[in-house]
Design a protein around this ligand. Structure first.
Ligand code: PEP
Ligand code: MG
Length: 753
């Protein structure tokens, strides 16, 4: 049975009638403010809209008419500006005594004492402020605040196209970024991407705001909540979720929120004020966002994201849309925005249509970064709260070199960045021309340039870059993108395809390197205090040898009739290398016994990245067919510095005398034992760092494919013997870093770094 319309509900119906009557927005707003004032028994009702750098009085009942479109306040200025800045209501019995009160004589508001203002929020952004005022000094009741918030939500629908047309923005964003729709994050994958915003998890747009019947809406809300809870339980039961881990924790948090009485109560109350179930979900979400957004506590921020996700899921149940990004057509120039994204999800996007990636989280060495790099997609990470400000379809430019994001860019910004993109393309073309030029220094030293890879999509880069082989194939990526442990046949297929694609060029497969920051959601892993120092990579082999066994067997089968090169990561002591080699030998014997063709040659190498092994090289090197240096981890353990810690990123330098001395020590040892040596950490792909490596005596380096050109350009201009003469004496220096003298050397000798 329909309940009789109460105050706010009746008013919402009238508002709907007004909205339907005329298409002129100003006329509608003028009539709506009169309606609100009458209904709230207020002498004043005013609407301010965020527009062109300030808040403009857009319509009023009670203030002087000529102030409309004349009175302006900056965001943060006056009571109205404060509401816009904080996205929170303000309820005052005596407005004038508030420290933020800003007097505007043209309005004639001095005779009104009490003041209630609420933000008008659309798509998570504050686009205006709705105010009622009275002559009497009084505090407005909770019900009145509720009612005004409900009205503000409906008003947002009238106002929103207006603000968008005029290019208005949420001013907190503008102020925070110093003007324009310009954001900064951490540059992760270079390149400039032009396109339009695609939300990885699209927000559901609520269009039907005003309810006809409260009972029906309450029932719809309850039914959708039931479906939501059921779907969360299903997610928790799913086979690949049964393990402990981050995934499960997030879903468990969802379950807790989905049963949270406070959340459900507030949504039900919002329905009672006359909103549809979906409008109620959105309104409560907007309020929660406004309340928690200012917090700098990472935990609270995470929970806010969880709640956002959950509210969006609930909306999908209400409007019957599919969950996930699979619904809808992907534009040809998609710039994907997400809080975070898994490597598999990223690979689901068509490579042709993916022009950029922007994440609120995201780290340089994260998995999404490795995939984005392989796909050549410009990627900026750690852009806080950007999802609150962008909308599906917004034009956007991502600058993966500087970490800048330009949302709804000005024509000047577009022109400037087009120039930059052209320049980058020209530079890339110059490097393309070096593709078939041998990497030989001016004094005749041949340098082997290899690439790092991890996916099949990386392999075309081998030819394109002109590199001589794959120095590091990170096999864990296949494991990370799968939803279960890949079977022997799957692994063999991939390794075989990689070898086929590489043709005659050599490939070094690294045995599975997981743990630390490389997490497999389907594998039982204990939560650790210090994952970087924990149960990871080769350390797991003792307890779970089957994983390594299967992988080594897959390598051997895939490389039948060819040369197989396997590298064992994270070797801290020689015994670990020996154990891995023993397993490899057992697998070879097994395959031979069962009549399988074996590789023509099998080479086993060690990845040097844990400092303890530096003092056992005399025992390791006689047993190793080759070694490679994982400079990323070696640096992190040498300096005891988390390689992803933003505060410590600049604290030490890979070009410090201690790091360079360590590297020199390894060069000399490998020379002594005649063992081939490579570096495959990120430093090998940076021209200045690569120059230092050559100065230390390295003749083989492995890097990201797009670094091959710039590093080769450096090599061609370098006199290696001359640099070595300059560099070696500097290794005894007490300096923090040798970066400056190396830069100086490069400048003086015209070496492009
Ligand atoms: C390294 O540690 O330098 C390395 C090459 O391996 P990853 O970056 O995969 O740990
Ligand atoms: Mg490593």
């Amino acid at each position: 049975m329909a309940s009789p319309p109460s105050g706010p509900r009746l008013m919402l119906r009238r508002m709907r009638e007004i909205m339907a009557e005329t298409s002129d927005k100003q006329v509608r707003l003028d009539r709506v403010v009169v309606l609100i004032a009458n209904n709230m028994v207020a002498e004043v009702c005013s609407v301010y809209v965020v527009r062109l750098g300030g808040l403009e009085l857009y319509a009023t009942e009670g203030l002087k008419r000529h102030a409309v479109h004349l009175t302006r306040l900056r965001v943060g200025e006056g009571l109205v500006g404060r509401i816009a800045a904080e996205s929170k209501p303000l309820n005052l019995p005596e407005a004038k005594t508030h420290p933020d009160f800003a007097f505007r004589p043209e309005t004639g508001e001095e005779v009104y004492h009490s003041f209630l203002g609420v933000p008008i929020i659309h798509g998570g952004r504050t686009i205006g402020v709705l105010v009622v005022q009275n002559r009497t000094k009084r505090l407005y009741t909770e019900e009145e605040i509720e009612a005004l918030e409900t009205i503000a939500m409906v008003l947002a629908e009238i106002i929103s196209p207006e603000t968008v047309e005029n290019g208005a923005a949420d001013e907190r964003e503008v102020r925070a970024r110093g003007g324009g729709h310009h954001w900064e994050g951490v540059p992760i994958v270079t390149g400039v991407g032009f396109g339009q915003v695609v939300l990885h998890e699209p927000r559901v747009m609520v269009t039907n705001l005003i309810a006809d019947n409260v009972e029906t809406e309450t029932e719809r809300l309850d039914a959708a909540l039931g479906e939501l809870r059921f779907s969360i339980d299903r997610m928790l039961e799913r086979a690949d979720m049964v393990q402990v881990g981050e995934h499960r924790e997030v879903i468990e948090a969802y379950r807790m929120f989905a049963h949270d009485r406070g959340w459900v109560r507030r949504m039900r109350e919002a329905v009672k004020t006359g909103l549809t179930a979906e409008a109620a979900v959105e309104r409560v979400m907007n309020e929660t966002r406004a309340r928690l957004r200012g917090s700098s506590d990472a935990y609270i921020k995470d929970r806010l994201h969880d709640l956002d996700d959950l509210a969006n899921r609930l909306l999908r149940h209400l409007v019957g849309e599919d969950t996930g990004a699979e619904g809808g057509e992907l534009p040809v120039d998609a710039i994907v925005f997400a809080r975070n994204i898994g490597p598999a999800e990223l690979l689901d996007y068509s490579q042709k249509q993916l022009h950029g990636l922007v994440l609120e989280d995201g780290a340089l060495t994260g998995h999404a970064a490795i995939v984005a790099r392989a796909l050549g997609v410009p990627f900026v990470g750690r852009v806080e709260n950007i999802l609150d400000y962008v909308q599906e379809g917004d034009p956007v430019i991502v600058d993966g070199e500087t970490g800048e994001i330009h949302v709804r860019p000005s024509p000047e910004a577009v022109a400037e960045l087009k120039l930059k993109a052209d320049e980058l393309a020209q530079r890339a073309a110059t490097y393309d021309r070096l593709r078939d030029v041998a990497a030989v220094t001016r004094d005749g030293l041949q340098v082997e340039q290899l690439i790092n890879a991890g996916l099949l999509v990386d392999l075309p880069h081998l030819d394109r870059s002109g590199a001589q082989g794959v120095g590091l194939f990170r096999t864990e990526l296949q494991f990370m993108v799968a939803s279960r442990l890949p079977r022997l046949s799957k692994q063999r297929e991939l390794y075989h395809a990689v070898l086929e694609a590489a043709g005659t060029k050599p490939v070094v497969f690294r045995a599975l390197d997981i743990g630390g920051d490389k997490f497999l959601p389907y594998m039982r892993m204990e939560r650790e205090e210090n994952p970087a120092l924990g149960w990871r990579t080769i350390r797991m082999a003792a307890e779970r040898p089957a994983i390594l066994k299967v992988q080594l067997r897959a390598f051997l089968m895939a490389a039948a009739g060819r040369t197989l090169k396997v590298m064992i990561p994270f070797i801290a002591e020689v015994r670990e290398f020996e154990q891995a080699r023993d397993i490899l030998n057992q697998e070879m014997a097994f395959l031979k016994k069962h009549g399988h063709q074996l590789p023509e040659a099998v080479k086993i190498g060690a990845l040097i990245e844990v400092p303890s092994i530096l003092w056992q090289l005399d025992a390791l090197l006689p047993q190793a067919d080759f070694v490679s240096i994982g400079s990323n981890d070696l640096y992190q353990y040498l300096f005891a510095v988390d390689r992803t810690h933003p505060k410590l990123a600049q604290r030490y330098d890979e070009l410090s005398p201690s790091m360079l001395n360590t590297l020199r020590h390894i060069v000399l040892k490998c020379d002594e034992y005649g063992v081939p040596l490579t570096v495959c950490g990120e430093m090998a792909g940076m021209p200045l760092e690569a120059m230092a490596l050559i100065g230390l005596g390295f003749t083989s380096i492995s890097m990201a494919p797009n670094a091959v050109g710039p590093v080769k350009a450096m090599i061609l201009k370098l006199d290696a013997a001359n640099l070595q003469e300059y560099l070696l004496p500097l290794l005894d220096s007490s300096r923090h870093s040798l970066r400056a003298p190396l830069q100086e050397y490069a400048r003086a000798h015209d070496v492009p770094v």
